[in-house]
Design a protein around this ligand. Sequence first.
Ligand code: UDX
Length: 489
Amino acid sequence: MIIESPATIRPKSDDLHSNSTKLIFKEERMKIIVAGTGYVGLVHAAVCSEYGHEVYAYDINKEKIQAYATGEATEIERYVNEPSLSSLIKEMHGKYLHFTDTIDEVIEGTDVIFFCLPTPPNEDGSSNLTYYDKAAEDIARKLARRKDKRRVVLVNKSTVPIGTSRHLETIMMLNNVENFGVSSNPEFLAEGTAVTQARKPDRVVVGCDREEDFKILRRVYSQFVNHVRIKYIQTTPETAEAIKYVANTMLLTYISFWNGVGARIGERIPNVNVDDLRRGVTADDRISTWGSYVSNGAGGSCFGKDIRSLIYQLRRVDVNTKMLESSYEVNEFQKVYLVDRAISEAGFSWSTKTVAVLGLSFKKNTNDMRDASSIRVIETLLGKGVNRIKAYDPLSNEEAKKVFTAENNILFSKIEYYESAEEALEGSDALFISTDWEEFRGLSGVISRMVKPPYLIVDGRRMIPDYQDLVERGYHYLAVGSPSLQPGT
Ligand code: UDX
């Protein structure tokens, strides 16, 4: 059923849009289905409708569809919490954006179907295509029965193994679908800035086999074709699929380089300051600042999953994957090594201690807990005999409760959640900073007010610029990228 907005008002003309995204001319308007309304699908559907395309966001999860259709931020953010997304949905729903839990009513006359379906990792790192295949089969059966035989392009938008477009083509052919093309158009959005990036991407990568399909996709993205700043890249479906994996793997490898080399140099070689090292190296225009911030590991829904998947795909074609394995291993090691450094370098025993953990999400400005370093940190601390974890995150306490369940690990029942850093610090023996929330930069005053030395501060994000003052006041400071600083050093 298509769930319409209470007020269905179309813009009067093809004028400039309020968000200064130029509306397309109505002759260019396409009918688009976005299948799967998770993070990638929902952002894409909302932004495509903002261009002026007629977009049907489709998901088999009725509750989700109903929540989105309310246009209420609290309802939408139960599923996807992304700045300015809910207001955009509220504005576009009933104009060019529609939500539906069945595809039958909308399939006639569709020009493009974007596949934005989850492909979770299997144990061996390969991608699980169960949801994808099920949806593709279902859509194929419906496409085969359509009366309107206009050309339809089926586009993989979420990250899928190299060759999945070809696999999709086979599913369509086996179901006797006529007049279709397949394409890969990967998404490069980072959480927290997804709407802004979707409105003004750095590049649009489109992989197709035939010019007629490229042409349809150029109409979808007419705003970005021949743009002075946006690179519009047309290539084969397989190359487009590979671009996504290589980009994410490269980004993680770069972070792992800084964590595995830059941080170690700062920690082990006397008088090397890792922040100056970063500034000096990245002053070279060829070397990116992004990724050079040492941390207790990179998390999120993409990096770990994509590098493992690429390793799996390359091993199958006999490629030596040692370098990629190292990137992945460095990142996994980095998530927990500070717990051991506290023992070896600070002589700290975690056993029976109360530890405040500040920051639970995988990065600042999101409530996303997927592959967050805090999960491995807390598991490891509890494994070392910590008695009580006092956790605080500005946004993700509720999400964290879904991860740290007693069913997952009985020791997680030792976690308590607090509404502020002050409350979490009170009565603790040590602090572990796991996420780079800006508010943690001002922590030194709060620390000296709430806890007295001897006290261990473990900083996985180098968030305390005036750490030297704390050391002078008797606190023990141990940060990623620096040697352990004991009082009197
Ligand atoms: C990433 C890619 O950036 C994006 O292009 C892709 O589409 C999806 O994956 P995202 O998962 O939102 O996006 O996170 P990102 O901002 O890239 O950060 C990933 C992790 O790296 C976070 O845990 C972050 O804190 C960490 N990070 C980032 C560092 O540790 N150091 C840095 O300098 C930068």
